[in-house]
Design a protein around this ligand. Sequence first.
Ligand SMILES: [Mg+2]
Length: 284
Amino acid sequence: MSGLPQTVSVPFLIEQYDGFLLDAYGVLVHGAGPLPGAGAFLRRLEAAAKPWLIVTNDASKTPDIAAEKYRRWDLDIAPERIISSGSLLPAWLSAQGLAGAPTCLLGPSSAQPFAGGNPLLAADDPAWEVLAICDEAGFDFLAGMDAVLTTAIVRLDRGLPLTIVVPNPDLIYNASPQQYGFAAGTMASMLANALRLRFGADAPVPIALGKPHAPIFDAALQRLGSQKPVMLGDQLATDVRGARSAGIDAVLVGTGVVTWRGGLPPADERPTWLLSNIDDSGVG
Ligand SMILES: [Mg+2]
């Protein structure tokens, strides 16, 4: 029958794979703390000598700050183990010839290093050429979105260049196990829809760096260096799709945004396995 993914256990996965890429939100943590068993799961990977990395679409803070937060939650995760969508931004700006370009960065001050030293301008300053939509927090959301919309329209009306990059394309996230929040991808989508109304096919399309897109998987797989890696995540459209297009197996973990509803998603979003939670040491 079927090709329906089977539910497996943590010991089974440790047996099967020699390296682990781990989504953070919905797998190890939610917005307010660790998920049950997160610390023990990481110690288990260590004990089995399996290399692992965190691969997260978070673009609100640098890996150093993220590691500090994890430490406060009793999770021992070194900054070198964290590959975030935000940390890809400086190299991307350089590769696009946008190093030094005046930039508006939406997000908290802890995201500002991702601008890679580009001068940072206010949302309503018509001189910015790059809009980096990093995070939904850290600014007055509606006023900020209205200001970037206005500035974008002014610039495009004048025929001035405008690049929109959204390191984190996630639409929503888990603020806590029972609470959801809109994420940066929703902001990019709002803005893109609005600009398309006015500029049609000439409207700039936001460029995404995080999962499911290749840049973050390329960086993670290179750093992990495993022969048979697997990705654990809670979202089909980002974690699973991205892993499958990177050519690796994917596990959908049931503690986050997506609940497995049975049936078969399209092949490029089909997890190899299902795992109820990382605390699950049941019989594999
Ligand atoms: Mg997640």
